[in-house]
Design a protein around this ligand. Structure first.
Ligand SMILES: [Zn+2]
Length: 414
């Protein structure tokens, strides 16, 4: 075992474009089970990558000459190799911060009291609207670079701090510019995040349906449309109308459901065929069964739960045991989960939501990929994107056990 130092937060893993590489001397290669709940930890295996995709995976002793000839060797030095991580739920384009919200909440103030003092989500809406395009780009760019040190190669980003036609489009344009800067991003129109204060709500829902969705779809600014279904946010009926409009224009649905109250969001996700239903802290038993039957991925956000000081009643365990495929994401946003540390979220999903370590590993790789409707990432099977990370331990599960400490010592193909 060599002496690779873990990457510091501000250190850039090199972006490798070597055309052909063979990974050798791995203690194990972690491959999420396509239909199972966990991962396979393959010992004495090798991995070949050509032109950015996995071309071979098997016992190192059986590596064909056709794969190794002319390839560079990536020496894993007895460490574990895992697929690059996927974060399927973030709000990381925003202006300002919400430090004062945290300070107030830590003093015991309620959401309503914080809002009455001028805090809450509308703080971020104001700061985002008044930030320049360049500021929004630069701050999000820094957040994305930090994510590479946490092993994340693919990130979903939502709009939702614009709350007007102009500012929602502007957020999606910033995401598009970040994609052109070389990040693997998925973008989501979340115009129905909270209800704007400067327009009547029916008129705004009308704008989302009649203007935003058609123009976002036509300009291909997002693949998904999302709605925050909650008391004080949007109703089931409004959400259904927005998702139907999205469908008509080819946008896939994802939903913020049952975070604060059991509001029927999971049941709606199943009935409209959403790819993912997220949060779910107050999901009903009926909602769980509906998600399982409709093959909607349940996305757990243990960072928000923990930051807000709430309890989950072993939500992850309940979902898995009733047959729901799950993902774990950061929910990176300034108000309720200002973190990009996805491995730490996997730790919290075990400690606070009842997952086991194998399930948590799958949830930040292939489960998250499925929550984005993709099967080319979050795995190292043949044909998948050739992006992986190396951790300073022989057991893949150390990534989850490490409690957010920097254990990732190299990345490839990001
Ligand atoms: Zn969210």
């Amino acid at each position: 075992v060599g002496s690779r130092a873990p990457l510091a937060d501000d250190e850039q893993p090199t972006s490798d474009l070597r055309p052909r590489v063979v990974v050798k001397n791995a203690a194990e290669i972690c491959v999420p089970q396509p239909d199972g709940r966990g991962v396979d930890r393959l010992k004495k295996h090798a991995l070949a990558i050509a032109d950015g995709a996995v071309t071979w995976l098997g016992p190192e002793s059986a590596l064909p000459a056709s794969e190794s000839e002319g390839s560079e060797v990536f020496d894993a030095e007895g460490y574990a190799v895992l697929p690059a991580l996927v974060d399927c739920h973030t709000h990381l384009v925003y202006g300002g911060d919400r430090v004062l919200d945290f300070v107030r909440r830590a003093k015991g103030m309620s959401y309503t009291e914080i809002a009455a003092e001028g805090g809450g989500i509308h703080t971020t809406v104001r700061a985002t609207r008044s930030a320049s395009d360049e500021d929004l780009f630069e701050t999000a760019h820094e957040r994305l670079l930090l994510r590479r040190a946490h092993g994340i190669a693919t990130t979903e980003i939502k709009s939702g701090y614009g709350l007007s036609i102009k500012d929602e489009l502007r957020m999606l344009e910033v995401i598009e510019a970040l994609r052109h800067a070389g990040f693997d991003l998925e973008s989501t129109l979340l115009a129905a995040h909270t209800v704007p204060k400067d327009i009547e709500r029916d008129a705004y829902v009308g704008q989302i349906i009649d203007v935003l969705i058609p123009s976002v779809a036509e300009r291909r600014l997002a693949r998904f449309v999302d709605v925050f279904v909650e008391k004080g946010a949007y109703t089931l009926e409004e959400a259904r109308r927005i998702f139907e409009a999205g469908k008509k224009h080819g946008l896939l649905s994802r939903i913020h459901a049952d975070q604060l109250t059991a509001g029927g969001g999971a049941e709606l996700a199943a009935s409209i065929g959403a790819v993912s239903a997220d949060h779910l802290e107050h999901i009903s038993d009926q909602g769980i069964d509906d998600l399982a039957r409709a093959h909607v991925v349940g996305t757990l956000l243990p960072g928000a739960l923990t930051y807000l000081g709430e309890e989950s009643q072993r939500l992850g365990r309940r979902l898995v045991d009733r047959g729901v495929e799950i993902a774990v994401a950061t929910d990176e946003n300034p108000g309720t989960s200002p973190t990009s540390n996805l491995p730490l979220m996997a730790t919290l999903a075990c400690a606070r939501m009842g997952l086991d370590a194998d399930e948590a590993l799958r949830a930040i790789t292939l489960g998250a990929a499925h929550a984005l409707g993709r099967d080319d990432i979050g795995t190292l099977k043949v044909g998948a994107k050739g992006a992986f990370l190396l951790i300073e331990h022989a057991d893949s599960r150390a990534l989850v056990a490490s409690y957010g400490e920097p254990i990732i010592c190299d990345t490839y193909g990001f």
